[in-house]
Design a protein around this ligand. Structure first.
Ligand code: MTE
Length: 323
């Protein structure tokens, strides 16, 4: 079983310190009004500002004090509407538009995250304690799904290493496992056995400690929308999107490599590492190219999704075997 089978079955517009989403939303409004999808470059600052105030009413919960990150790409950000209406989140349905609808009333407070396994002190952390561990940063990352589409998202969060350092893993901790909430009432997708629930993912400790690995709680200057993984997810930009577990309730440090949901579901198709790699095809399709949402022509997929700085983590490893 794999993604596609399941589906059959069933200008420098960057962030703004002031009203981030209004600007992203504003571009969409303009494009819709103009009825020309290629007009983004024509949008001048003055027009942007004219439309912006009327759009601020749509803004969700803004995150204060967001710092820009030098780790951000300068590529064009994918429109907010696409990033929030083209989701993989099987707890809320297997089609791309379902999570936006079915996750609408998902409760993200109160929310606790268990810290377990090889740590000096097992504990339960409140989400709001976690959010205060380090200043929020905007990280504009490329995000490449194993299915062949990609997006560019201004995530908000801080390096996962900030949390890991604070919970003191023991020397036996070689991997970190992330577990999504299990709640059949709130997550209707869990009433079907399309995947084994709860969703689990894992990273090797050095991957988790890499500065690019993001503990994420926001995007486009605001708290994460439910369909994108509120209140807490990870984002690992050099790996396929399925590594980025959403709605995390448990972080467990382990000696042995943990299992991950897509590997359990189809081990011949999805491995543990899941590094973006144009040279290693999926058994049922090529991974050499990708389609950026909103673009027509496919673009070449880059090794490690273009994040060459992680290459040394895998030196000496056969990435065809460790896919
Ligand atoms: N996390 C959970 N809990 N459940 C899921 O189904 N899907 C994964 C990942 N995290 C998934 C998940 C996949 S396949 C992808 S591509 C990304 O989430 C999509 O993230 P996005 O919807 O924010 O783009």
């Amino acid at each position: 079983m794999g993604f596609s089978m399941l589906i059959k079955k069933s200008a420098d517009i960057r962030s703004s310190e002031i009203t981030p989403k209004s600007i992203y939303l504003n571009r969409r409004t303009f494009l819709a009004a103009a009825g020309m999808a290629g007009a983004a470059g024509l949008l001048g600052a003055s027009l942007r500002e004219t439309i912006a105030p009327s759009m601020t009413a749509l803004a969700g919960n803004k995150i204060d004090g967001i710092k820009k990150s030098p780790l951000s790409t300068t590529e064009t950000i994918t429109p907010y509407k696409d990033v929030t209406h083209y989701n993989n989140y099987y707890e809320f349905g297997t089609s791309k538009d379902e999570p936006a609808e079915l996750a609408k009333n998902f409760r993200t407070r109160p929310w606790k995250v268990k810290i377990e396994g090889q740590v000096e002190k097992k504990q339960e952390l409140d989400i709001d304690t976690i959010l205060k561990m380090a200043p929020p940063e905007e990280r504009i990352y490329r995000h490449r799904c194993v299915e062949g589409w990609s997006i560019v998202v201004p995530w908000v969060g801080f390096s996962l290493s900030e949390l890991i350092k604070r919970v003191n893993p023991t020397s036996k901790a070689k991997f970190v496992e992330f577990t999504t909430l299990l709640d059949k009432q709130q997550m209707p997708g869990q009433q079907r056995d399309v995947l084994e629930w709860p969703y689990v993912e894992g990273l090797r400790m050095d991957e988790a400690m890499h500065p690019l690995a993001l503990l994420c709680f926001g995007m486009y200057g605001e708290e994460l929308p439910n369909q994108d993984g509120a209140p807490l997810r990870i984002v690992v930009p050099w790996k396929y999107g399925f590594k980025c577990a959403k709605a995390i309730v448990r972080i467990r440090f382990t000696e042995k490599q943990p299992m991950n949901t897509w590997n359990i579901s189809a081990p011949q198709e999805y491995g543990f590492y899941a590094n973006v790699n144009p040279n290693v095809d999926h058994p049922r399709w090529s991974q050499a190219k990708e389609r950026r949402l909103g673009e027509f022509t496919k673009r070449p997929t880059l090794m490690f999704n273009g994040y060459d700085q992680v290459a040394s983590l895998y030196s000496g490893m056969d990435l065809k075997k460790n896919f």
